[in-house]
Design a protein around this ligand. Structure first.
Ligand code: C5P
Length: 451
């Protein structure tokens, strides 16, 4: 089934608009950040094969970036160029970034049955840019060149990134052809976006999705057969803000980056993801339903509303343990407070502990421990005390880990395994490792809940 990808650059400054009441989810549509630093320790798509078809449109130059990012993420990328594509971009450019010579000709000597090899061997076929002519041929099942023949010969998921002039995209025949492609199971559309087209053409829907969006759509297609595919995953993230008066709050330095990476990685692995997040400047990752909250009590309500439906809950939020008992409705004035004053604090609910008692049997619950000292021992204490299946320990007070950093140093603790200390890596790579551990636990938890 084709599913519309998010138009690039859609939404407000955070790439999204909050719908409805305080706990209504928004669907993430912000432009994803490139995953270029996610190579360690073992790129997520190592051993996966992607056939990347490139048609003759000006957006073909962006496909070199798509090929490069997929390769950096571990995939073996076989590029198939249509004859027209070679007018826009040289085969050598793709060879330079993939290390593999692009395939050009269905009738090449020595290349007989190449379409069958490529189509049968690919875990995903991606066509970017997909021109009006390609879409017309694909919609009618033509096999008139190597690319369309590969498409007919594959049973793998197909990601199509249309790109053309806005009038061509709006043409009733193009619309009809896209609709026909939409009838084919396992076809996914990403974009097109709304924005500047080629020189002299103005703007309008027809612009190819950005390379990072296309890479994400391919990743989601590759995740289709995994353990998390179709599972419901809840991620909490960011810090909470506890009001002191009308303008001040107690908070912490959590950026929400770890949770955004977890939500994104879970979505790429095929899960239906809800991110409940405290205030953050980050856009919700594409495809992720985000619920924005401020206080611990709002986060608790949002989490408890949905936690019973979840297969996995990852509590990455830095929830304030205490809040001012009686926040002032006005702004506290210095003249009134005098040289010093004491804040009367009261304990906040423990969201993870409370939601642990409500999760259905067979589900997996993951906590985080951010500590300045005795990291692993304290994290092990939380594993037992809060009933988590896994705890991720990360150090506070380092520029390359914990709050605010783009990287992290994590140790994963489980009940029946020795702590697994991982080297410095991007938060996305760390998220991938955490979800590997979750995936390894899920079948046995489900089995135990049945037995
Ligand atoms: O604050 P602490 O280090 O105990 O947090 C450990 C875990 O518990 C984290 O996963 C955090 O998200 C969660 N937590 C929570 N509600 C709180 C405090 C912590 O869900 N009030």
């Amino acid at each position: 089934m084709l599913s519309g990808g998010p138009p690039s650059g859609a939404g407000g400054p955070d790439g999204s608009t909050v719908q409805g009441g305080p706990h209504a989810p928004e669907t993430g549509s912000g432009p994803p950040t490139p995953l270029r630093d996610a190579r360690e320790p073992g790129p997520p798509w190592h051993g996966r094969r992607v056939a990347l078809g490139v048609c003759g449109g000006i957006a073909a130059y962006k496909s070199v970036q798509v090929a490069r990012d997929l390769t950096l993420l571990g995939a073996s990328v076989d590029v198939v160029l249509t004859e027209a594509a070679r007018n826009f971009v040289a085969p050598l450019s793709f060879e330079g970034v993939t290390g593999r010579g692009p395939l050009l000709d269905i009738f090449a000597v020595g290349g007989a049955a190449m379409h069958i090899l490529l189509g049968g061997g690919a875990d995903c076929v991606c066509v970017a840019p997909a021109t009006a002519d390609f879409i017309a041929r694909a919609a009618s099942g033509r096999a008139s060149d190597l690319l369309t023949t590969v498409l007919v010969a594959t049973g793998a998921p197909v990601v199509v990134a249309p790109a053309m002039n806005d009038r061509m995209y709006a043409h009733p025949r193009t619309r009809r052809n896209l609709a026909r492609l939409e009838e084919v199971p396992h076809y996914h559309r990403v974009g097109p976006g709304d924005g500047r087209l080629a020189a002299g053409e103005g703007s309008g829907p027809g612009r190819m999705a950005e390379p990072a969006e296309i890479v994400d759509a391919v990743g989601r297609a590759l995740g289709a057969g995994g353990e998390l595919a179709g599972r419901r995953v809840l991620v909490t993230g960011g810090g909470t803000r506890e009001p002191v008066d009308a303008v001040r709050y107690l908070g912490n330095r959590s950026s929400g980056k770890m949770a955004a990476a977890l939500a994104r990685a879970a979505w790429l692995r095929g899960a239906a993801v809800t991110l409940v997040t405290g205030p953050t400047s980050l856009a919700a990752p594409p495809g992720v339903a985000a619920i924005r909250v401020e206080t611990a009590r709002e986060m608790r309500d949002a989490v408890l509303d949905i936690v019973e439906e979840m297969d996995v809950a990852v509590h990455a939020a830095a929830v304030a343990d205490y809040r001012p008992r009686s926040p002032l409705s006005d702004k506290l004035k210095r003249q009134e407070a005098g040289p010093g004053f004491a804040l009367d604090l009261v304990a906040n609910p423990d969201i993870a502990a409370e939601s642990g008692t409500r999760m259905r049997s067979g589900s997996v619950s993951v906590g985080f421990a951010l500590e300045t000292s005795n990291l692993v021992a304290r994290a092990a204490g939380k594993l037992a005390a809060k009933g988590f299946d896994l705890v991720v320990a990360n150090p506070a007070g380092r520029p390359d880990a914990g709050f605010e950093a783009d990287t992290n140093r994590i140790t994963i603790l489980g009940r029946d395994m020795p702590p697994r200390e991982l080297p410095l890596m991007s938060k996305f790579a760390a998220a991938w490792q955490i979800l590997d551990a979750v995936e390894a636990l899920l079948p046995e938890r489900q089995e135990a809940s049945r037995g």
